[in-house]
Design a protein around this ligand. Structure first.
Ligand SMILES: *Cc1c(COP(=O)(O)O)cnc(C)c1O
Length: 223
């Protein structure tokens, strides 16, 4: 399938999901996750109109950033090792996987400006998943006041990998609740307006539950 055809279908389903719940579809940003794919396919996505690109690995991101011919907005969505921060952090526009204070400290040391970060939250409770437990998110954010290179723009999650829509939806509902709690605290370093949630298998549910950024790989650039 051409990326442009996949994109048209996905955009249509995002629009429909938004309209189902009375949201403006323009509130939802599509991030094309290119971790499984080539520079050529990434370039095809950009040519089809994709502006936001997501990668899981430092190497993949730097290769794609060098390899494509257009400007893009770069999202790092994978788990980030502290030793990779130095080479990566000033190359990206958003970090979706902030999950520990040691990473915050390394960013503080290496970043030349403010880094827009999502706190990754483990909403499913699965031990295999990364992210901070739901009850630990607010204390974690409260501990960030002194690190002026880190700005918390939102929360990110991966829902339980299951066919059960109710279970998936519950992950997204709890992320949204938490985001509203953080936003209400009104910390200048944590505006926390964004919700990064929804992948190929569950983005329509995520949009219905308030996603402002969906991260789509397989359904968009896979075949
Ligand atoms: C791979 C990945 C995605 C995209 O997954 P698909 O199911 O291929 O759409 C989204 N978010 C994260 C964190 C990922 O690692």
């Amino acid at each position: 399938m051409k990326v442009s055809d996949n994109l048209a279908g996905i955009q249509e389903r995002i629009n429909q999901a938004a309209l189902n719940v009375g949201r403006n579809p323009e509130e939802v940003t599509l991030i094309a996750v290119t971790k499984y794919t080539t520079i050529e396919r990434t370039q095809e996505a950009i040519s089809a109109g994709v502006i936001h690109l997501g990668e899981n690995y430092e190497k993949g991101l730097l290769e794609k950033k060098q390899g494509v011919s257009d400007q893009a907005v770069w999202h790092f969505i994978g788990s980030l090792q502290s030793k990779k921060v130095k080479n990566l952090i000033n190359e990206i526009d958003f970090l979706h996987s902030l999950d520990r204070l040691s990473l915050v400290k390394e960013i503080q040391k290496r970043a030349v400006g403010k880094v827009k970060c999502f706190v990754e939250v483990n909403t499913s409770g699965e031990t295999t998943k990364h992210g901070i437990g739901v009850n630990d998110v607010i204390p974690f954010i409260q501990s960030l006041a002194d690190y002026d290179r880190v700005q918390i723009v939102g929360l990110m999650t991966m829902a339980t990998n299951t066919e059960d829509e109710t279970v998936i939806r519950q992950c997204f509902v709890s992320l949204k609740q938490l985001q509203q709690e953080v936003q209400a605290l009104a910390y200048p370093f944590a505006p926390c307006k964004e919700l990064s949630m929804g992948m190929s298998g569950d983005y329509q549910i995520a949009v219905e539950e308030g996603a402002t950024m969906v991260r789509i790989g397989t359904a968009l650039v896979g075949d």
